[in-house]
Design a protein around this ligand. Structure first.
Ligand code: EPU
Length: 300
């Protein structure tokens, strides 16, 4: 049992995670708190680890599917959003919004973050999933990332040590907590930056606006997951209130009050049909939260 009064922040119980994810899906967090600085984040994490409590760091909730039964440990929502600029570098805490970072870079006449205009989520989330477009990934402008290790040490990793890849990093599967990152940018005229931002944003105009988790699957090498799912005729396929988008087949939309179970059914269906027709495996890009390993073993 968590001793709530021992924590430096308020601990709440049974907070619905569907309200904290862009998918609008997910049961309650058994325990929940928000942290507003790195100091609070570190202190909460240390206490949680000491008691060996299961915990989850939640950013913008934009790339995850939370199970209908929720999360049985402590959810720590990061709102440590301090961000500052010095010369051509921006230092941002993990809870800052990606949009904040992109806006500050534009204001300061710093180029390199234009592809990420309009992508939801926090810096921490963007680092974990190496957010980006088809050709640009956020790690291309990351100098270093400071973390709290599972052994409770604060260390700074250079770009290489973060093991970035297409929509992945070492943080996707380990228990390290991202505290902050430094972005290395280039001086540029503001109107050029704005123009570039608009060009990149135009690549996303065919993406649906409904409640979703962004792309469900990674693109298999040399293929587009959306095109493959489209080609097996699954656009518009609905299970319960979850639907494969009519607009872009790599998006699943929560049309009203979809269940995580419905989303899993659609994921399995897309994987099965694409495997049968093209002999390609569709690997999920999203993270699954609160599921037993056995519930999702066949998907990931
Ligand atoms: N297509 C179809 N049918 C569909 C969807 C797409 O035929 O239902 C075709 C498109 O016409 C296009 C091709 O497939 O010829 C590729 O589609 P798109 O240009 O939309 O790019 P994408 O590969 O689906 C990637 C990223 C997006 C990023 C866009 C724009 C992945 C999995 N997706 O999408 O990232 O916004 O490029 O740069 O890498 C995300 O990761 O969450 C995400 C949204």
């Amino acid at each position: 049992m968590i001793k709530k009064n021992k924590f430096p922040v308020k601990i709440e119980e049974d907070i619905l995670l569907s309200n904290l994810t862009t998918f609008g899906i997910g049961g309650p967090a058994k325990f929940f708190c928000s942290v507003h600085s790195n100091e609070e984040l570190i202190n909460v994490a240390l206490l949680t680890k000491k008691r060996k409590k299961n915990f989850l760091i939640l950013g913008g909730g934009s790339n995850i599917l939370v199970s209908d039964s929720g999360f049985s440990g402590l959810v720590i929502k990061v709102e440590n959003d301090k961000i500052s600029c010095q010369k051509n570098k921006i230092k941002a805490n993990s809870g800052a919004k990606l949009a904040q970072l992109v806006a500050l870079a534009r204001k300061k006449g710093l180029s390199g973050l234009e592809p990420y205009w309009g992508i939801p989520g926090t810096i921490g989330g963007a680092i974990v999933g190496n957010a980006g477009t088809k050709d640009h990934w956020i790690d291309q402008v990351i100098e270093d990332v400071t973390i709290l290790t599972p052994q409770n040490k604060i260390i700074t990793l250079n770009n290489q040590q973060c093991q970035f890849g297409y929509r992945t990093s070492r943080f996707k599967t380990n228990q390290e907590i991202i505290l902050k990152a430094v972005f290395n940018l280039k001086k540029e005229k503001k109107d050029k930056i704005e123009k570039k931002q608009k060009t990149f944003a135009s690549l996303r105009t065919d993406q649906p606006k409904g409640k979703s988790a962004g792309s469900i699957f990674k693109n298999p090498p040399h293929f587009s997951a959306g095109k493959l799912i489209d080609q097996v005729g699954l656009k518009g396929k609905k299970i319960g209130q979850a639907q494969i988008s009519n607009q872009h087949a790599n998006f699943i939309i929560n049309t009203n009050q979809a269940k995580a179970e419905d989303v899993l059914t659609l994921i399995r269906l897309a994987q099965k049909e694409v495997k049968e027709k093209f002999n390609l495996k569709l690997e999920p890009e999203i993270k699954f939260i609160g599921f037993a390993k056995s519930e999702i073993a066949d998907i990931i």
